[in-house]
Design a protein around this ligand. Structure first.
Ligand code: TRP
Ligand code: ZN
Length: 888
């Protein structure tokens, strides 16, 4: 909680090296939920790179019991405690500090530092949680070796875990026991972790490619041991993949994953002891969907890959967060794609990435919290674990690979580790390694790190039939963003192909280009504000396929005709652009229909959808040569959020009505084809989460959802039967969602679902989430759901399932004309803030785009923002978000 008057902004330019370096840390814990004693012995020495002789330690929400310097107790006059910093002035060159503190884990509802979840102890230290455990120079450029002694009641906490290797364990008498852990690698404090709990594990010995044997463990609560197989399999796949793709080996003899039900984010890469939200560990066919399985694979991979990109090489300061996060997201994306193995499967993962970017990152980059991939300032670092730092950061890393090629990228990675293993470095160091390993000048590329906002690339083309030249003229601009008015040109790789009238890729000859002869895709490097690229020997006017594979995180403007888009939609060899052509066709129509609905006062009477579009949808739906997963993506219309981003003044109700009209019309026009595909894409037999089966289920369930927009008796029956007979959660929940969304009586099914899964917390989250996101659920219904005994604000997954799904996945109800949902938002931002500021601040982001709504809504949103901002007791987390929303 904020104690001083105004929060402080931290600037990247103010970085100074630490005055003291830490060699070793010895921690002793006497674990007790109400009163845990932490003894900390730090060996420090003066940093030659600093002139300061002041030891600066951080500490929050802990009680200082004793402080000794080189064996001598310091009197309160010999150090300075100011807010959360403790300073010892003019310290000796070598210092051994002994610090004893107290904390109360059971009262820690922020889930940062040491806390209790379902009676067990866990820690979360990134970014600045270690200071809630003990006084320490809690900054990532201070790396040290840790030894940890854990003491706790044996009956209540039979399992005692920390980073690295278990070197000793035993009894203490009094029913207590101990375990001593040693981490052989230097690490920053944010990677420290401990677990003291009643848990069980699935474990396995695994042989690395080098022949070394390691112990792998997945720790869960007793009843969940039937849900650990997929996490274990994903861990083994991750280990193998990092060896093969990047030559990176697991550096410990033991690697542990622990699942916890109360967790602020997805998971955490603590050295050798990854701690996970249960959502990203627990799965079996009964309780987890295909999307859950994919999430587990990705997050297990992500945290494992951090062992090299994040832990062995870490960040100098938190402004460099994308150094580890952007790179590690890129690595987990490539891992998931490689696990599918096929080109079409790869494309499906790529399309999903583009959707995430448009749905979440583009809006962030155009809103009040817009920041560069490497921010220049922050109030609360927890607010900068964003889609920009993670997903746009991954796009930036992907662009290196696009520019220097896969082998060149590997060379850059090798050089990065050769130079920086064991160090805390900057984004610039990664860029330098990529440039130096490939002999490339990547100075201009730095702007991807320093400039915020989504660049807009505009393309024009001209064809000279006599000279057989085809020119693509690319220009770029980037809108002003929060705190950044003028932007310089970016270094943008634009992958391009040209299609003939018959839909074939033309072999390309780029004037001055260095590409392989006969190539059908070339990467244009746009570095200036405007550039002309000339293709020679082009015998007919081609249809350009621009930004293939989404080669840069930009908005592409090109004046495509409907005919050109239809041509690309049926022929483009690049699946991402093929999908993209369909999205453009749909978006044009959605925007027109939305305008018509708005003009008609919200009514969909008289709306029409052209046969051309429906025919194109039919063609994709019934094309059995296409991957089912691809067909599903090609048939999903742009989301209401993505449509909203295209409008100057957003009318959420009109968008919803228009999109529903389009879905209803497609559902009616393609009824027989949808039914055929529904039956053709069944996956009988034992459940398997593989990409092909998951794709079939996705397509089948999309068919069902179209049939259920305005269902007749037979269609209702289909959904009911699927619900009753489903052998897996994917099909069961899809059937239930289709019933809820259709407005048909879903009550008995919701009830049955609840009773079946009453003891599966993650499934009950789904039960809340699907109701919260249904356009038939208004704010009153959400408030009623909050009265349900299973609802609690204290568990982040549960709070998110109901509140966040309503405020961010149900736009037509959230933006109800009377503003009642905005009041609801304000009320729960405030309530959550008193419990968990990190979670509250995420909810607060739900009002980011308030300036884009019609004046009547804007005024109500502003009022809600002001209500929150005006509270006397607000965390820095929430204060930063609402202050920026009101200011920009
Ligand atoms: N570093 C973690 C990851 O990307 C995420 C993380 C950061 C986190 N801060 C956190 C997780 C706080 C939980 C709580 O994998
Ligand atoms: Zn990460």
């Amino acid at each position: 909680m904020r104690t001083d008057s105004s929060p402080q902004t931290i600037f990247r330019k103010d970085y100074t090296p630490p005055a003291y370096l830490v060699d070793t840390v010895e921690l002793g814990f006497d674990l007790d939920p109400d009163r845990t004693v932490v003894a900390n012995r730090i060996t420090m020495r003066q940093n030659p790179a600093s002139k300061s002789r002041d030891i600066v330690l951080h500490g929050e929400e802990i009680e200082l019991v004793a402080l000794r310097l080189n064996g001598k107790t310091l009197a309160p006059t010999e150090y300075h405690l100011n807010g959360s910093t403790l300073t010892i002035r003019k310290a000796p060159a070598k210092a051994v500090l002994e610090i004893e503190t107290l904390c109360a884990p059971v009262q820690n509802t922020s889930l940062s530092g040491l806390y209790v979840s379902n009676g067990n102890f866990f820690t979360q230290c990134e970014a600045e949680g270690f200071r809630r455990i003990t006084y320490f120079p809690d900054r990532p450029d201070v790396m040290a070796k840790y030894t940890v002694m854990l003491r706790a009641d044996k009956a209540a906490y039979p399992v005692l875990l920390s980073n690295g290797n278990l070197i000793e364990e035993g009894e203490l008498g009094d029913g207590r026991h101990y375990a001593k852990w040693e981490d052989p690698f230097k690490k920053p404090s944010y990677l420290f972790a401990l677990v003291a709990a009643r848990l069980v594990c699935q474990e396995e010995r695994y042989t690395l490619q080098s022949g070394r044997e390691v112990l792998l463990q997945v720790w869960v609560e007793e009843g969940n041991l039937d849900k650990t197989d997929y996490a274990m399999q994903s861990l083994k796949n991750s280990i193998r993949w990092d060896e093969e793709r990047f030559g990176l080996e697991l550096d410990l003899d033991r690697f542990m994953i622990v699942a916890v039900g109360d967790f602020n984010m997805g998971a955490m890469e603590n050295k050798g002891l990854n701690i996970f939200n249960t959502k990203f560990v627990l799965a079996n066919p009964r309780v987890a969907t295909d999307i859950d399985y994919a999430g587990i694979e990705a997050v297990v991979g992500h945290e494992y890959f951090h062992n090299w990109t994040g832990n062995r090489v870490t960040c100098r300061d938190w402004f460099q967060l994308s150094l580890k996060e952007g790179l590690t997201v890129f690595r987990d994306q490539e891992f998931s794609a490689d696990m599918i193995g096929t080109d079409s499967g790869r494309a499906v993962t790529r399309i999903d990435q583009v959707r995430t970017l448009r749905q979440a990152q583009f809006p962030e980059d155009a809103g009040p919290m817009s920041h560069p991939v490497r921010p220049d300032s922050f109030v609360e670092i927890n607010n900068f674990y964003t889609v920009t730092v993670y997903e746009k950061g991954a796009e930036v890393v992907r662009m290196y690979q696009t520019l220097v090629g896969r082998d060149g990228f590997r060379k850059g990675m090798d050089l990065y580790f050769k130079r920086h293993d064991g160090q805390a470095v900057e984004c610039d160091d990664f860029r330098a390694a990529m440039a130096d390993a490939n002999g490339r000048d990547l100075r201009q590329f730095e702007r991807w790190y320093s400039q915020a906002g989504t660049p807009i690339v505009t393309a024009r083309t001209r064809y000279d039939a006599v000279k057989r030249n085809f020119d693509i003229i690319l220009s770029q601009r980037c809108p002003a963003s929060a705190g950044q008015a003028d932007k310089l040109p970016f270094h943008i790789p634009v992958a391009v192909g040209l299609l003939s009238a018959s839909g074939k890729d033309l072999p390309l000859t780029l004037e001055g280009g260095k590409h392989a002869k006969g190539a059908t895709t070339v990467v244009l490097e746009l570095t200036e504000q405007e550039q002309i690229f000339r293709f020679r020997h082009v015998d007919e006017r081609p249809t350009p396929s621009i930004l293939r594979d989404f080669s840069a995180p930009v908005i592409l403007e090109y004046d495509y005709t409907d005919d050109e888009l239809l041509h690309l939609f049926s022929h483009d060899s690049d699946p991402v652009n093929r999908w993209e052509a369909g999205q453009r066709l749909a978006m044009e129509r959605l925007l027109k229909l939305t305008a018509q609905v708005a003009a008609a006062g919200g009514s969909d009477a008289g709306l029409k959808l052209d046969a051309t579009f429906i025919d194109a949808q039919r063609a994709v739906l019934t094309d059995d040569t296409l991957d089912p997963a691809f067909r599903e993506l090609a048939l999903i219309l742009p989301s209401e959020i993505i449509i909203a981003e295209q409008m100057d003044v957003v009318d959420p109700q009109a968008i919803h009505v228009a999109r529903q009209f389009m879905r209803r019309t497609i559902g009616a026009a393609l009824k027989s084809e949808l039914l055929v595909q529904y039956h053709a894409n069944q996956t009988p037999g034992a459940y398997s989460p593989d990409a092909l089966s998951a794709g079939k289920r996705a397509l089948k369930n999309l068919c069902l959802s179209y049939l259920m927009v305005a269902p007749d008796m037979a269609e209702l029956k289909l959904a009911q039967q699927q619900f009753e007979k489903a052998g897996n959660m994917t099909d069961r929940s899809a059937a239930l969602v289709s019933m809820i969304h259709s407005g048909a009586e879903a009550g008995p099914y919701l009830k049955a679902f609840y009773q079946d899964f009453e003891h599966e917390a993650l499934v009950i989250d789904k039960w809340f989430a699907m109701q919260a996101a249904a356009p038939t659920t208004n704010v009153a219904a959400v408030r009623k759901l909050m009265q349900h005994p299973a609802f609690t604000l204290k568990n982040p997954n549960r709070a998110r399932s109901l509140i966040f799904n309503f405020t961010s996945a149900n736009p037509s109800q959230f933006h109800a004309a009377d503003g009642s949902a905005y009041e609801f938002w304000a009320e729960f931002v405030i309530k959550l803030d008193a419990i968990n500021p990190q979670v509250a601040a995420r909810l607060a982001r739900g009002m980011d785009r308030w300036r884009r709504y019609a004046p009547a809504l804007q005024a109500k949103m502003k009022k809600a923002l002001e209500k929150v901002a005006g509270r006397a007791k607000l965390s820095n987390d929430v204060l930063e978000v609402v202050t920026k929303a009101l200011a920009n």
